[in-house]
Write a protein that binds this ligand. Structure first.
Ligand code: HEC
Length: 198
């Protein structure tokens, strides 16, 4: 059974047996939309990380870093179009300023960072935007592969790797991470009715 966080007001409305607001989600919608969000993120993350691994094997981190800037973003966009969703990655510590979080995304990021610091389980988050759209957030956690470009400089992130990255992203803030840190979030907008035909 998939578990998820829901806003407290919505939780109380359901737990209290009240009629849900017109825009609130039924439990069935929450389950389906959370599963749809997880499926899309899994697909996108798998495609990205296998392409990254291949590109590091072919040409080293320098080539892979360029891959990230010129290919990863269009690739994510293509998958998003196919699924009819809007999906992106964001973080509190940015490499590319274009990925800057909105105010709400910043709150979600900070919440996940705090939960991770307390050793809590991180769960996806679903929020109603309006009658037709929901927002889906899922934490991005640091794995061994990521350290080659986001790790601790001179330790897990070799200086020579970093020179390529620093050249491409002079204002980079996205280093110094350790395994299992919250690196960022996937942030997605999905049509609400998509739950019926997924
Ligand atoms: C080969 C180097 C490389 C590896 C390995 C790598 N990244 Fe990145 N990462 C980058 C580059 C370059 C960008 C900037 C992409 C852009 O311009 O949008 C980036 C951007 C990101 C962003 C978007 C937010 C931001 O700071 O701009 C996230 C989130 C992220 N990486 C997470 C990860 C995770 C998680 C892993 C491991 C699964 C990983 N990265 C592995 C190079 C790398």
């Amino acid at each position: 059974m998939i578990r998820f966080l829901i806003p407290m007001a919505l939780f109380l409305a359901i737990a209290g047996g009240c009629q849900p607001e017109p825009t609130s989600l039924t439990e069935a919608e929450q389950t389906l939309l959370t599963r749809k969000g997880q499926d899309i993120v899994t697909e996108v993350a798998t495609v990205l990380s296998s392409a990254l691994t291949k590109s590091i094997a072919d040409g080293g981190v320098g080539k892979a870093a360029q891959y990230c800037s010129f290919i990863a973003v269009p690739l994510v966009d293509t998958l998003a179009v196919r699924h009819g969703v809007d999906v992106r990655r964001t973080s509190n510590r940015l490499r590319n300023a274009k990925n800057a979080p909105t105010d709400r995304e910043r709150e979600v990021l900070t919440q996940y960072e705090q939960q991770r610091a307390q050793g809590a389980q991180l769960q996806p988050l679903l929020e109603v935007i309006d009658a037709h759209t929901v927002a889906y957030y899922q934490p991005i956690v640091v794995q061994p592969l990521c350290l080659q470009c986001h790790g601790k400089l001179g330790e897990t992130l070799p200086e020579e790797n970093y020179s390529f990255i620093k050249y491409l992203y002079p204002n980079d803030e996205a280093i110094g991470y350790a395994l299992d840190d919250v690196r960022g979030i996937w942030s997605m907008r999905m049509p609400r009715q998509a739950s019926q035909n997924h």
